[in-house]
Design a binder for this molecule. Structure first.
Ligand code: MRU
Length: 377
């Protein structure tokens, strides 16, 4: 049985939302997550004392979103090491907890490599555990820095594409501080536009079936005082037709070498709509989301989730409802098609904004060059 427990936060009034933090109470090190399945109703922290608890939190989406999954994976390895568990077993379980967001495996690998390097350099178990923690902290910090840079570059691109200002931006899923060491990816760009007085409206797709848009993005937009409006995913078409969308900003879970973008299911239809209506479709993601080992969109493994998430609703529609137990909205025994992500081909993507710069048009060559540049830094 995974070892995790909930605790109420004492700092509900804060505007900074730490989605994840490492803590060292007298009982031993723990990883503390803001339980995203309980938002927006309650801010409750979930305390993981071992890797299986974290794996469960990842599967139920208590912790989610590509960059944060990477950070969580790295801390998970550090946790297993610090508590004297089998680090290889923990690393395998963590990396495999969700298949699509490449950042998870990248984060796990980085902390595991630091642990292994410390051991092979003559360090003892405690020193190796410390090295894994240093690596996790570094990834956490770098993600915050990348987020700030993406916000800056993304806003500059918006200004270039939409010189008039007064941006009306449509976004999908949740890409803010809840998925990041900083202020997120696509949401961070919208937030930068808001702070610059240039965001007229943030259109927030509710993001069926787990409502990351309604529960999480609306929560973050409200806390930041942004002008936002929530819509059902299938209302986006009429919004485009009415000329109410100037740009689409989304994140990514994996970007293949050819520039295909896997992101929350419903992103691809937005890209098609954007193309038809001549609206820029902009992907914002750290370089760690670009996976040159995955050649194209067809090679991206798309996570399939339980039918229950579609055939039942819970109150709130908590991501942790995977095992059922909600109110049925379909006949008993109905099978649902429930992919967590879809893949947008590069030709529908206007630009990919990373902390290392923007790629537009999106080509395999431009992405490879970007990754090369980032490795040299
Ligand atoms: O299933 P989720 O909630 O983990 O999906 C998250 C998304 O699809 C995000 O858009 C993506 O991870 C980018 S977050 C910067």
């Amino acid at each position: 049985m995974a070892d995790q427990y909930a605790q109420s936060r004492e700092d509900n009034g804060r505007t900074e939302i730490p989605a994840i933090r490492w803590d060292e109470p007298p009982e031993g090190p723990v990883l503390v997550l803001l339980d995203q399945t309980r938002l927006p109703a309650e801010e409750v922290e979930l305390v993981c004392t071992d890797a299986p608890a974290l794996v469960e939190a990842i599967r139920t989406l208590a912790v989610r979103g590509a960059p944060l999954l990477g950070i969580a994976g790295a801390y998970g390895v550090a946790l297993a090491a610090a508590r004297g568990f089998d680090v290889d077993e923990a690393a395998r379980a963590l990396a495999g907890a969700r298949p699509t967001a490449v950042n998870l495996a990248v984060g796990v690998r980085r902390a595991r490599a630091a642990y292994g390097a410390a051991l092979s350099g003559g360090g003892d178990q405690q020193q190796a555990a410390e090295a894994a923690l240093v690596a996790a902290r570094a990834l956490h910090r770098e993600d915050a820095e990348a987020s700030a840079r993406m916000a800056e570059l993304g806003l500059a691109l918006l200004d270039e594409l939409l010189p008039g200002g007064g941006h009306r931006v449509l976004t999908h899923c949740n890409t803010g501080a809840l998925v990041s060491g900083g202020e997120g990816t696509a949401f961070a760009v919208a937030l930068a536009a808001h702070r610059a007085g240039k965001l007229r409206r943030l259109w927030v797709d509710e993001t069926r079936p787990l409502l990351q848009g309604a529960r999480l993005t609306a929560y973050e937009a409200a806390r930041n005082g942004m002008a936002y409006t929530l819509l059902t995913d299938n209302a986006a078409g009429s919004l485009f037709a009415a000329g109410e969308v100037d740009a689409v900003l989304i994140g990514a879970d994996r970007i293949a070498a050819d520039g295909s973008v896997a992101n929350k299911v419903g992103s691809y239809p937005l890209a098609v709509l954007a193309r038809y209506h001549h609206v820029p479709f902009i992907v914002v993601a750290p370089v760690t989301t670009v996976d040159l080992d995955t050649p194209d969109g067809a090679s991206i493994e798309v996570e399939q989730r339980s039918s229950h998430e579609v055939t039942e609703v819970t109150a709130p529609q908590a991501a942790g409802a995977e095992a059922g137990g909600g109110i049925p909205v379909a006949p008993l025994g109905t099978q649902a098609y429930n992919p967590a992500f879809d893949v947008t081909p590069p030709e529908l993507v206007t630009a990919i904004v990373t902390e290392e710069g923007a790629v537009s048009p999106v080509t395999a060559e431009a992405l490879a060059e970007l990754c090369d540049r980032s490795r040299q830094v």
